[in-house]
Design a protein around this ligand. Structure first.
Ligand SMILES: [Zn+2]
Ligand SMILES: [Zn+2]
Length: 140
């Protein structure tokens, strides 16, 4: 097997462990966003999301849902563990239809594929330096 082949299965889980997402194959897309909304949503400097084909995702455990609108995706449904609030994933709506977006931090995997690009780079915290690799975008 070549070194670049994805592992047979990756598992993302919430902090308390009640909710986990089992995925097969590599993500179809990975990107970061440093907009102020994503800073609020994550409580951190960047939201990092990976989209997987819905057919390759198995959800194991309870979750709470929240449906909301963003300019690029008017019908997005976010899901997260009702106990600890972690394990966030979302049904993508109009952006990459047929996929499920998963918060990359849940994989806690230093070898996870890097983001293709990072949106809203000018909104990042002033001390956050330029990462190597991803294209840095001024907006969406
Ligand atoms: Zn939890
Ligand atoms: Zn954002």
């Amino acid at each position: 097997m070549p070194e670049t082949a994805p592992p047979a299965e990756r598992v993302a889980s919430c902090e308390c462990g009640a909710l986990s997402l089992h995925v097969t194959g590599d993500p179809v897309h990975v990107h970061g966003c440093t907009c102020t909304r994503c800073q609020r949503s994550t409580g951190s400097v960047m939201k990092l999301s990976a989209w997987f084909a819905e057919t390759g995702v198995r959800i194991d455990g309870p979750f709470t849902t929240w449906t909301y609108s963003t300019p690029e995706d008017p019908t997005r449904t976010a899901c997260f563990c009702p106990t600890c609030g972690g394990g966030r994933f979302f049904r993508s709506g109009d952006y990459l239809r047929g996929t499920i977006g998963i918060a990359v931090g849940g994989f806690a995997d230093p070898a996870f594929p890097a983001p293709d690009h990072i949106h809203w780079w000018p909104d990042r915290p002033h001390w956050l330096g330029h990462p190597l690799g991803p294209t840095l975008l001024e907006g969406n």
